[in-house]
Each structure stands twice: as C-alpha cells, then as structure tokens.
Ligand binder design. Structure first.
Ligand SMILES: NC(=O)c1ccc[n+]([C@@H]2O[C@H](COP(=O)([O-])OP(=O)(O)OC[C@H]3O[C@@H](n4cnc5c(N)ncnc54)[C@H](OP(=O)(O)O)[C@@H]3O)[C@@H](O)[C@H]2O)c1
Length: 405
C-alpha cells in the first residue's frame, strides 16, 4: 500500500518512523511521498512540494494529512478524496469544521475518511465510541480531552505553583505551544467534543456555532487549595448529554471528587468516558498526544483500510437537535465583585471569595459568566455537579469555600 504524508513535523515524522520499523502488520506499508513546504530543501527521496503530483499519482492509496490548521489542509483533503484516495488525518481543527463535507465527498468517491488520532491521540476513543454505537444510544460523553491543560492543573496542585509559572515551564518543555490559547481556553477540547458528538448523534455540530466554552486561564493556585479543602479537584472537561433526540454540549472547568478517576488522571494524560444504554460506563485513558502515540493511531487507521475493516457510516441526518440548556449544574464562581444581581434568578450562596449558584442551565451559565467577565476579567467559574458533592465527607462539607487574597 502506497502512502503520502502531508506535513513532516511531529506526527508526520512519527508515522514515517513506525512504518520504517516494519513489523508483521506494517511491512506492506510504503511511504511514496512526503509533502513539504515550497521553500524547504528536499532532503529525502520521498520529498516533494507538489500536492498535484501526489493526488494525481494513481499508485497512491492513502493520504495522511498532518499539516495542521484549516487551509490548505481542507483543500488538500478534498483534492485527495476527489482523486479517490482514502484520507487519514489527525487535524481536529479541520475535521470539526468540515466533518460533513469530508464525509460526503469521501462517500461520493468511494474513499475512506478516518481520523482516530484527532481525538485522544493514541487512545482508541473513536473506535470505542463507534463500537458502542453499533448497539447502544450513547447518552453521555465526558472527558479530559486536552493533555496540556491537564498537565498545567496537575503541576499547579502538586508543585504549589501559579498558572503562569506552570504554563511557562510547560512551554519550555515543549508540552505547551508558544500561543497556548487553543489548549487553555478550551477550543481544542471544543473541536474534539464536536467530532465526538458528530459521531455519537449522527448530526453535524460546528465549533463555529457559538458553543459554551470556558477555559482555565483564570484559575489560581489558591482556587485549587480552596477546592482541595472540600476534597475536590478541578479538571477541564468536555461534556455532552443526550435525551429524547436532543443533546447538549459544554467545555468548562468542573469540580471532581478527589477519589474519582478524573481527579486522578495525572500529567498530560487524557480520560474520555461514554455511557451507553446497555454497555453502561466505559472509560478510555492514555496518551492523548505525543509523536508516537498519535502516529500509532494514524497507522491503525491505515491498517483498517489495508485489511478492509470498515468504520461506522454516517449521513448526519438523525434530526437530533442541539439544545443549549439541557444540562444543569450548580456552579462555583470566584469574583471580586458582587455578582448576585447578575444571577438574580438563581439561588446564590456566598462563601468567602466564592459564590455558589444553584441549578443553572449550562448555556445560561456561560452567557451570565460572559457578563461577569466584562466587569471582572480575572473571574473564574467551575461547575459543581452532584456526583462530586455526593462523596463529600460529612467532615469536609463543613469546610466553607474560603480564600481571601
Ligand atoms: N503533536 C501531537 O501530539 C498531535 C496529537 C494529535 C493531533 N495532532 C494534530 O496533528 C496535526 C499535526 O501536528 P504536529 O504536531 O505534527 O504539527 P507540526 O509539528 O507543526 O507539523 C506540521 C508540519 O507540516 C508542515 N507544513 C505546514 N504547512 C504546510 C504546507 N502548506 N505544505 C507542506 N507542509 C506544511 C510544517 O512545516 P513547517 O515546520 O515549515 O511549518 C510541519 O513540518 C495537527 O493538526 C495537530 O493538531 C497532533
């Protein structure tokens, strides 16, 4: 099987390395082309800067897109599919935006479009979700989808350091990008949750749909201490619930019981869960990024094509509807201003520097929090679900939210 790799960075190099190692399963894979940028020297015989040479070569079976970003990745994927090549990509940003278009063009051209590595890196999450859907309705998806933000929260707590100190350290170690906003502001999680929801509900939801997304940029070490006194750990979660043909969606910091698997997911690991009506709860944990885990998932997709293992078909015609206020939760907000008038419709308790707001629909909470942020740019919020509260010990529930600068 002849493969073209578009983009020879972290993941592209990993795909090449694993194929070159050639074990029993991968020995029939052959890298024919590596696409590099126009101004770069061609240092290997497989390298070319000509995308047309790749897509017009009838001997190429599979195109692996690991350039990243929206354009030209979007056009290159479409061009490869229209030339009847199967496409595998790790690029969550472009998939989340164009999943419906890629799926349709692949079907029209009798080509495959697979993307296991785009959500959860090396974790077989898409495969697990698709398997669950063969039998079940999946009515809950929840997870730690972003390793960088998990690493930051974990190191802040363990090393007793501020957000800025840990972020700088993560950037120096290469765990966080120079522009960290996709990771810390929740947009990377949003892309991965859109892809998961598209599959779970067979309907297309785009990250451009103004979805409720709140990141961890404003968290302080003192917040972690205050939550810790209540046996709680904060994690950045992507979540989606489904009932009666309607589904909801949110990315938000969430308080988790200290004994939960989420709270105990360390470093840059991911933990993604689903609930199906017969299988119950399934949790998938592992390396959500990194050169070889991500390349491993890319090659699993290539082998599925080689071995004719079909993935779930979808037409995005389920008619299921995105309803922003389906999920409800209590929330904890830290703000220097008195926010009770903004939340006048809800029961609000004040505990030191924290407000606890009861039973707020998620979409509404994010809209009201946007008003808070306009007046207090450092305010922080976390959802406080009842599962986390139920395991509060009697003793710890006496501890009040308190932290005064
Ligand atoms: N890294 C991970 O752990 C990971 C995990 C899961 C998913 N992903 C996804 O995988 C994709 C690739 O990530 P990565 O970490 O491998 O990125 P990367 O290290 O930045 O590699 C991208 C490569 O593509 C090249 N490139 C950019 N535009 C190009 C163009 N127009 N033509 C030819 N080559 C071009 C870049 O060249 P220059 O160096 O010259 O810019 C670079 O070598 C992204 O979508 C990312 O979100 C990555």
């Amino acid at each position: 099987m002849n493969i073209a790799i578009l983009g020879f960075g972290t993941v592209g190099t990993g795909v090449y390395k694993i194929i070159k190692k050639a074990n029993r399963q991968t020995k029939d894979l052959h890298v024919k082309y590596i696409l590099i940028r126009k101004n770069k020297p061609e240092t290997m015989p497989e390298m070319t800067d000509n995308i047309d040479q790749i897509v017009k070569d009838d001997s190429v079976d599979v195109v692996v897109e690991v350039i990243g970003g929206i354009e030209p990745a979007h056009q290159y994927i479409l061009s490869a599919l229209r030339h009847k090549k199967s496409v595998i990509t790790a690029n969550k940003a472009v998939i989340a935006k164009y999943m419906d278009e890629f799926t349709n063009v692949a079907r029209e051209n009798n080509a495959k479009f697979y993307f296991e590595s785009s959500v959860g890196g090396g974790i077989p999450w898409i495969q697990g979700l698709e398997r669950a859907l063969r039998i079940d309705d999946v009515d809950k998806i929840q997870g730690i989808f972003n390793g960088t933000s998990n690493y930051i929260l974990d190191r802040m707590k363990k090393d007793k350091k501020s957000f800025d100190e840990v972020l700088l350290n993560a950037q120096q170690l290469g765990y966080a990008e120079a522009d960290p906003s996709a990771d810390i502001d929740g947009y990377d999680v949003a892309n991965k949750l859109c892809i998961s929801a598209d599959i779970a509900y067979n309907t297309f939801i785009s990250p451009d749909d103004n979805l409720p997304v709140f990141g961890i940029r404003n968290i302080s070490y003192e917040d972690l201490v205050a939550f810790g006194k209540k046996n709680l750990t904060v994690k950045l979660l992507g979540k989606s619930d489904f009932h009666d043909g309607k589904f909801d969606y949110a990315v938000e910091p969430t308080l988790c019981a200290a004994t939960s698997m989420e709270a105990n997911t360390p470093d840059n690991f991911n933990l993604i869960s689903l609930h199906g009506n017969t299988v119950g709860d399934l949790k998938f944990m592992g390396q959500g990024a990194g050169q070889l885990p991500t390349a491993n998932a890319v090659i699993q997709d290539i082998l599925d094509i080689l071995q004719n293992k079909a993935h779930l078909e979808r037409d995005f015609n389920s008619g299921f509807e995105y309803v922003p206020n389906l999920m409800k939760s209590d929330y904890v907000v830290r703000s220097e201003m008195d926010i009770r008038n903004i939340f006048a419709e809800y029961q609000v308790e004040m505990h030191g520097d924290y407000f606890e707001i009861k039973d707020v629909p998620t979409g509404e909470m994010h809209q009201l929090m946007a008003i808070v942020l306009k007046q207090d740019g450092q305010a922080f919020m976390a959802s406080y679900p009842k599962e986390a509260r139920e395991v509060d010990s009697d003793e710890s529930s006496e501890v009040r939210w308190e932290f005064s600068r």
